[in-house]
Design a protein around this ligand. Structure first.
Ligand code: ADP
Length: 171
């Protein structure tokens, strides 16, 4: 089942939360910073041992102090206008996160809107890719959560899921 909710992803009681990390995996701003603050210093140490992660791939650590058992770290593409393989790389993030989850017995998984913060990916297009991959994996998970930070993101995901169009702020 695919659910859209508004909230703070580190607080979710799920088997795995997905982190929109950067290639160093050493922590950053946005959702990455929030996850590291909530999980505690052991998460940074576990990430350091992973030695980074290429764009479009994913790596897994325990959740440490989080309610979630696992954190799946993936590195979204930086938006550079759309002709630099961004869509393929963003889809790869979701696919690799789902596959890692399946390999670790994850039944419930929550995603932030990868790449749509500091990395500048247009929100409607990113939600379209997220929902496409969520549908592809829906049958293999009990719950797939799109954890939105803002009300605007909730309405974007709802409209993509239900096939309605929201007025776009993107030009
Ligand atoms: P990226 O570098 O991949 O763009 P960001 O963390 O800057 O990553 O933003 C990714 C998305 O995460 C954005 O939609 C942002 O609003 C959202 N976000 C930021 N903090 C949180 C949080 N605590 N829980 C869920 N989503 C968050």
């Amino acid at each position: 089942m695919i659910e859209v909710l508004q909230g703070d992803i580190p607080k979710l009681q799920v088997d795995a939360i997905v982190n929109a990390a950067n290639k160093t995996l050493l922590g950053g701003g946005g959702v990455d910073g929030a996850i590291h603050r909530a999980a505690g210093a052991k998460l940074r140490e576990a990430c350091r041992l992973l030695g980074g992660c290429p764009t479009g791939e994913a790596k897994i650590t325990p959740g440490f102090q989080l309610p979630a058992k696992w954190v799946i770290h993936t590195v979204g593409p930086v938006w550079r206008g759309g002709a630099q393989g961004e869509a393929r790389l963003l889809a790869a993030c979701y696919r690799h996160a789902f596959e890692l989850g399946l390999a670790h017995g994850v039944n419930t998984i929550a995603f932030p809107s990868i790449s749509t913060g500091a990395y500048g990916y247009p929100k409607n297009a990113a939600a379209g890719i997220a929902v496409r991959l969520m549908r592809e994996y829906d049958a293999r998970f009990e719950r797939i959560i799109a954890c939105c930070f803002t009300e605007e993101d909730v309405s974007i995901y709802e409209s993509v899921l239900h096939g309605t169009k929201v007025p776009s702020r993107e030009k």
